[in-house]
Design a protein around this ligand. Sequence first.
Ligand code: G3I
Length: 375
Amino acid sequence: MRSLLSIRTRGVRRAGAALVLGALLLAPATPAAVAAPAAAPLPADRHQPEGDPDVLRDAAPRGLFVGTAVDMAALANDPVYRERVGAEFSSVTAENVMKWETLQPERGRYDFAAADELVEFARANGQRVRGHTLVWHNQNPAWLAEGDFSRQELRAILREHIHTVVGRYRGQIWQWDVANEIFDDEGNLRQNIWLETIGPDYIADAFRWAHQADPRAQLFLNDYNIEGVNAKSDAYYELARQLRREGVPVHGVGVQGHLGVQYGFAPDTTANLQRFAALGLRTAVTEADVRIPMPADTVELQAQAQGYSSLLTACLRTPRCDSFTVWGFTDRYSWVPDWFEGEGAANLLDEDYNPKPAYREVLETLALASGRGRD
Ligand code: G3I
């Protein structure tokens, strides 16, 4: 079994001593306290046996939180969107507004306005919040992405960001995607500013600092193309095992679940999630959507339903898979068409908020899992 020390960092190899040094560096200085909204207790599982079984959050079995990524512009400007986010989901994830480019657009200047809005919306709707994301190669502001920092400087910048952000929402954010998309599809650590300047111990550092800032938050690794057993999910399995052996507070692994009907669906998602569970980890489906080459026909819409079902069923069959989150729920607001030319229709509802076969499949599966088979 490869250890973290031996995990290949293509083009960048750090002596074991650097890893040990990273682990032993002094506890971070806590930055100036940032006024944090009063931390309310996390919403209990609002699952209402007598609730409306025709909405996802109430159809779900107790302990499974059904979530969506939230587009804050749509939440502010589209009343139907806002109503559906509150009614259908028991968990929300910031699609973009908890990323570095929004939270710290200039060095040392934080902008929490949009993130605060989401946390307040969640509180008002009895929803949990998944924080997304503390360390990533994408959506970093120019001052960070193009900065020329020493190892010590960049570690201090990362430490301060994590302590400031996670500390602000202490007790209000259920789970954090701490490290996002840190491996490539071959199972090598992805080249990013963190690896190139700090070295691989940035990963353990990020988890330790997040845990210091909010000991109750559950801290996740998160990535795409790790739904099934493959070189990439193997790398996460090994990393998680090694970090936990070193006492690093890694609590879970999120499989994003960005699928496409044209590629088929991994047959071993359940086995994959269950092997992480066997390590003592929580798991989650964090960003499910199933894109379709347009125009979508009825067969592809049915295949899409099966794609969502493959992810949800794997989660339902895995102990401590606590949440199933879709990456947007209506085709009216989806990242897919902007990123995959000629593809779209990836969500549970169409552009007019009408349920698609995928929505019905997810609702049915949740209801069956609740033992409330539907008449
Ligand atoms: O905020 C600017 C706006 O000011 C500008 O006018 C507009 C037009 O250029 O761009 C806006 O920024 C966009 C941002 O979303 C906010 O809407 C970026 O261009 C756009 O690239 C960015 O896309 C996001 C993408 O991550 C970036 O990688 C998607 O909305 C978001 O859904 C997607 O989410 C990621 C997860 O965080 C990680 N997993 C994969 C997933 C899909 O890529």
